[in-house]
Design a protein around this ligand. Sequence first.
Ligand SMILES: NC(=O)c1ccc[n+]([C@@H]2O[C@H](COP(=O)([O-])OP(=O)(O)OC[C@H]3O[C@@H](n4cnc5c(N)ncnc54)[C@H](O)[C@@H]3O)[C@@H](O)[C@H]2O)c1
Length: 350
Amino acid sequence: MTMTVLVTGGAGFIGSHTCVELLASGCDVVVVDDYSNSSPAALDQVRALAGRPLTVYRADLRDRVALDAVFAAHPIDAVIHFAAKKAVGESMDIPLDYFDINIGGTTSLLRAMWAHGVHRLVFSSSCSIYGASAKTPLDEDEPAAPTNPYALSKWTCEQLLAQACQRYPELAVIALRYFNPVGAHPSGLIGEDPLGRPNNVMPYLMQVAVGRLERLPVFGDDYPTPDGTAIRDYIHVCDLAEGHRLALEHLGDATGLRVFNLGTGVGVSVLQLVEAFGQACGRPIPFQIMPRRPGDVARLIADAGRVERAWGWRTTRGLADMCRDAWQFQKLNPDGYRGTTAPVLSTSET
Ligand SMILES: NC(=O)c1ccc[n+]([C@@H]2O[C@H](COP(=O)([O-])OP(=O)(O)OC[C@H]3O[C@@H](n4cnc5c(N)ncnc54)[C@H](O)[C@@H]3O)[C@@H](O)[C@H]2O)c1
């Protein structure tokens, strides 16, 4: 592919892996990130892995002046929009921040795209918009029923993108609803390194494995599942990154908004994940059963049939790969990116 792609949130977990994939496929990549949940060191690792440069701007997506300057400086063909806040629990405490950053960031980006004649967008959505649906597996026609401000912000973005596509028929938008992204690049150079206490099970497990946290809290062992713990559809972040490259390739197929689940279609319980991670790192992971968390559901598994029928896409990596690669990243970076010696980038650097 020879296109110039703007990646918002490119220093983050999924963004950094997608940048590697895009650079490897021949794209020129421009990143906008404010590093509110990431480190510039991630992008140095991306450059090292890909063996190619990429351009980075440190900016908040809601800063239209900064965004305009980025669009003016580069011949952007398409945008992949990852930048957002993503912690469900935190969104209950600070919902307005979630609406402001996730929805305000998206409208700011759309305005800049429109002003600069850029009409192609891949948007990071989430299976959380399905809420407490009991349907298994979940297909894209399941009605959205968000149960927290984070999920509501993602659903609102999907709706506003649909409306924008109606008003501006040149727009081509693909919303990808991810299930539970985990794992890391097999090199161990990039991975998931949230700032502060992890909110998701895999980074928590990783920090328990290196002794930074004592034990994994397992929320609920009385769900109607074989071992009583909640079942999720974990997807390797490299499969997800490949899904984004494919989405870019297919943006030109049609205008309007198209929506696809990205998951494996395979359910894994929390205890199965703990066991698999213990095998990957060679020692059992201590855990503690806690009460269920409000709003959690027993099962969330993707029906990923639509994307397979449309693009022939399916995941190729399993649970053992996800655990091995996540452990490799944690082993090589026990303090995350803070342990690396990469220099901090200024506003713009190639
Ligand atoms: N990781 C998951 O479990 C998951 C699941 C479903 C959907 N998603 C969505 O995927 C996207 C990427 O998730 P991730 O796991 O890589 O998260 P992440 O926090 O690792 O990455 C998000 C990046 O966006 C940046 N950012 C946040 N607000 C910004 C702003 N206002 N301006 C510029 N940059 C900003 C952060 O610094 C970070 O680098 C998010 O939109 C998230 O909602 C993630």
